[in-house]
Design a protein around this ligand. Structure first.
Ligand code: GDP
Ligand code: MG
Length: 211
């Protein structure tokens, strides 16, 4: 099977739910008391798209996000960044700007950006409007979506968006930073394979017009 290897980095202020989102996808569960991440960690998320395996190595922060500066190894070779903020905490939304400028100085052109407003379930505490976040996403060339690690909203979709874009880029064969290989490589830990048909991926523009 054709395989595309992709590195995805997860960024955002402490407490926005980065680890919860990755854990939710990996284990299909939510742990209310997630401990802050210790040590550099990544997990593998595999999505099958029309006979191609998109193998995403998803890097969660090791708590360095407190210092607003990540180790160089964190960014090295990244193809996509998930920029997570908390919809119920405005500062975490404005904080995204500093992550974007850090990314611009550390990673070259062609990095896919996905802006993610998490904790969508906290409806009464919400302080960041969908349109505000969407406008900001447009201004930085990012895709925007809302998620809840708690009730498992948008989590699969978040990874699908990255997988589909990487699939398209590899198809164009323009992006030399994508490693495309065949057949399958070695077994890896935390194997998570979902089979997704391109036609089943919801159209984002239609989904996000709600509020
Ligand atoms: P990180 O520092 O960005 O990795 O954030 P964590 O994943 O450790 O989550 C921080 C806190 O937010 C924890 O208490 C989580 O239980 C909580 N949390 C994470 N995601 C959600 C969510 O979607 N909804 C709600 N209500 N709480 C969340
Ligand atoms: Mg964490």
């Amino acid at each position: 099977m054709k395989t595309i290897a992709v590195k995805v980095v997860v960024l955002g202020s402490q407490g926005v739910g980065k680890t919860s989102l990755v854990t939710r996808y990996e284990t299909k569960s939510f742990h209310r008391k997630s401990s802050s991440t210790i040590g550099a960690s990544f997990s593998n998320v595999d999505i099958l798209l029309e006979g191609t395996k998109v193998k995403m190595q998803v890097w969660d922060t090791a708590g360095q996000e407190r210092f607003r500066s990540m180790a160089p190894m964190y960014y090295r070779g990244a193809n996509a960044a998930l920029l997570i903020f908390d919809l119920s905490n405005y500062v975490t939304f404005t904080d995204i700007q500093s992550w974007v400028s850090e990314l611009k100085s550390r990673v070259g052109e062609g990095l896919m950006l996905v802006l993610v407003g998490n904790k969508q379930d906290l409806v009464d505490d919400r302080v960041v409007k969908n349109a505000t976040a969407q406008d900001y996403a447009d201004s930085i060339g990012a895709t925007f979506l809302e998620t809840s690690a708690l009730d498992n909203t948008g989590v699969q979709e978040m990874f699908n968006i990255v997988a589909v874009e990487m699939f398209k880029r590899a198809d164009k064969e323009e992006n030399s930073s994508l490693r495309v290989y065949s057949p399958d490589g070695k077994n890896q830990r935390n194997e998570n394979t979902s089979n997704v048909k391109l036609s089943e991926i919801p159209v984002l523009e239609e989904r996000n017009k709600c509020c």
